[in-house]
Design a protein around this ligand. Sequence first.
Ligand SMILES: Nc1ncnc2c1ncn2[C@@H]1O[C@H](COP(=O)(O)OP(=O)(O)OP(=O)(O)O)[C@@H](O)[C@H]1O
Length: 119
Amino acid sequence: MMMEAERDVRIRSGAKRRPRPCSASYIAVRDALYQLTRLNDFKSEKIGGGFYADVFKVTHKSTGEVMVLKMNKNSKFSRQMLSEIQLMNRLSHPNILRSVCLHQLLGRLSVYTCIQGFF
Ligand SMILES: Nc1ncnc2c1ncn2[C@@H]1O[C@H](COP(=O)(O)OP(=O)(O)OP(=O)(O)O)[C@@H](O)[C@H]1O
C-alpha cells in the first residue's frame, strides 16, 4: 500500500517525470528544512527533558517569536526524533503541535515547534 506522503510526492512531481520513491523520513526532513534556522539566532531556556531529548523555550532574537525546541541528547536518538516528527505532522488537531523547522548540529537533531499548552 502506498503511504500518504509518497502519494503526495507522486502527485506533485507531475505526470511526465517518473516519480522517485521517497521514504517518509526523507519527506519529513525535506519539508521541515524549508525554513533553516540557526541555534545562535535564539535565546534559550531549558524547560524540561524526557528520556531521549531536552526541551527548551526559545525566543528568536530579532523577531521575538517564541517556540519550543526539542533536541535529542545523543545522535543515536535521531531515529526516535524523526518518528516523532513524522507522527506530529501526520496528525492535525488544535492540541497537537506541528514542527516548524528542523536543525542538525553535530548529529543531534532538534525540532522547533509552536509553543502551546504549558504556557
Ligand atoms: N510544547 C511544550 N511546551 C512547554 N513545555 C514542553 C513542551 N514540550 C515539552 N515540554 C516540557 O518538556 C518535558 C519533556 O518533554 P518530552 O516531549 O521529552 O516529554 P516526554 O514525552 O514525557 O518524554 P519521554 O521521551 O521520556 O517520553 C515535558 O514534560 C514538559 O515539561
